[in-house]
Design a protein around this ligand. Structure first.
Ligand SMILES: Nc1ncnc2c1ncn2[C@@H]1O[C@H](COP(=O)(O)OP(=O)(O)O)[C@@H](O)[C@H]1O
Ligand SMILES: [Mg+2]
Length: 414
């Protein structure tokens, strides 16, 4: 019986709090997992940015990546390591690069999800390029952006087709506001989307491999209060519905770590923003939910590394399209999409693995979030974001919410 070491790499940018907690927890857990006759041990290290040979090896089995969406050297290193060295990485970097919000809307519309009516409009202005004039003068049709609102109905949202971070999102109530927002949009390619009016719940469902957590979201609150600490705000059936929606999106696009924003109007959930691979992981936004997130990172990283889960290098959309073709109500199709997702995320095997090998993880998390190490990780993130005179106050605030999470654990583990 050999002892095998699996290497987990953390490819990080401004992340401070969750990697520190991840590393502390891995030390606390000090795992020795029996797997196919061997004992699997784990080493966690940070991935550094440096020149690399395209043919070189890669010591990592799994990399958790937080850079692909904006730091291209790391993205290209990751692509190389998948193609050349069979690395497993969250998320699929080609999919992060190619599938922006726009594609995610179209694809999920095709699968039957009730995405609000959405139009794309060509940009207001352009970077001057040699072919621009002949192209536009021959082929660009004059249009009135307010006509789109007349067709899909007012109010509408004007927002960039590739989304992210609330950049240039405007709610336009009428033609005049739409014209003004369009004039402001500059070179951005925009969507005009029908507004979901009168919704009663706004939920952000975080998906991490097969794990999901639905958080009631308050977009009007200051940043540190947007993830509310409310629980039990919707039924188990609603949570199960959003689990299926989120896993379908994530399996379709190869995004193992993504969040899906959905608005409930009447009994219908309208997904509105679900191309967020690599969503916020900071204690300064997640606070109460942060221990869950750290646990989710740990479980999925340990599972994929221990079992050497195969990275799906290419996206296979056909099984979803086959289901979409069938003459079935949306809910039935969603069940079938979720089955494909559960297969791809190996949900049953993952749960069995966690039950067998990580039964003590919750108790360790519960204990860890009383330690000075945990509090130091929280304070370090707060210090990086808040002015000096607010550091103590906000550290205490986020720490107290983590303690609320501890108090709310049904049967304190351990
Ligand atoms: N169709 C819509 N109906 C209602 N609210 C919307 C709609 N689209 C966007 N919003 C509001 O605008 C915010 C930002 O839009 P979103 O699509 O999430 O952009 P981003 O990708 O920048 O996060 C949402 O969180 C929501 O509050
Ligand atoms: Mg959003």
């Amino acid at each position: 019986m050999a002892e095998i070491t699996r290497h987990i790499g953390l490819s990080l940018g401004a992340d401070i709090c969750w990697p520190a907690c991840f590393e502390h927890m891995m030390r606390r857990l000090d795992l020795r997992i029996p797997h196919e006759g061997d004992t699997v041990r784990f080493e966690v290290s940070r991935v550094y940015i440096e020149p690399f040979d395209l043919r070189q090896g890669c010591k990592y089995d799994v990399v958790i990546d937080r850079l692909t969406h904006w730091y291209h050297t790391s993205r290209e290193w990751i692509k190389k390591a998948i193609v050349m060295n069979d690395l497993y990485v969250f998320n699929n970097p080609w999919s992060v690069q190619a599938n922006e919000k726009h594609t995610s809307y179209v694809a999920m519309m095709h699968l039957g999800m009730p995405i609000p009516a959405t139009w794309m409009v060509p940009p207001k202005s352009y970077e001057p390029t040699p072919d621009l004039k002949p192209t536009l003068s021959q082929y660009a049709k004059l249009f009135d952006v307010t006509r789109v609102g007349d067709i899909i109905g007012w109010p509408a949202f004007m927002k960039p087709y590739d989304g992210g971070g609330w950049r240039a999102v405007t709610r336009v109530a009428n033609a005049e506001a739409a014209r003004a927002a369009y004039d402001e949009s500059g070179k951005a390619v925009m969507h005009v989307q029908s507004s979901v009016e009168g919704f009663d719940l706004f939920v952000r469902c975080i998906g991490f491999g097969p794990q999901t957590r639905c958080v009631l979201y308050d977009p009007s609150a200051p940043l540190h209060d947007r993830y509310t600490t409310k629980t039990a705000f919707m039924s188990a059936a609603d949570a199960e519905h959003l689990r299926k929606v989120t896993l379908t999106i994530n399996a379709f696009f190869g995004w193992e770590f993504n969040s899906c924003e959905a608005l409930r109007k009447g009994s219908t959930w309208h997904p509105i923003d679900f191309a967020n691979p690599c969503p916020d992981s900071q204690v300064t936004s997640l606070h109460y939910h942060f221990p869950w997130l750290v646990g989710a990172y740990l479980r999925w990283a340990i599972y994929t590394a221990a079992t050497k889960k195969r990275m799906r290098k290419t996206l296979d959309w056909e099984p979803f399209y086959e289901i979409a073709k069938r003459d079935l109500p949306y809910e039935d199709k969603l069940d079938l999409y979720a089955k494909v997702a559960d297969e791809r995320f190996e949900t049953a095997r993952f749960e069995e693995f966690c039950h067998r090998h990580l039964g003590h993880l919750d108790a360790e998390l519960y204990a860890f979030f009383t330690t000075e190490e945990a509090k130091t990780a929280v304070r370090a993130k707060v210090a990086a974001l808040f002015p000096a005179h607010e550091v103590e106050r906000f550290t205490e605030l986020f720490w107290s919410r983590i303690q609320e999470w501890r108090a709310d654990q049904k049967a304190p583990p351990g």
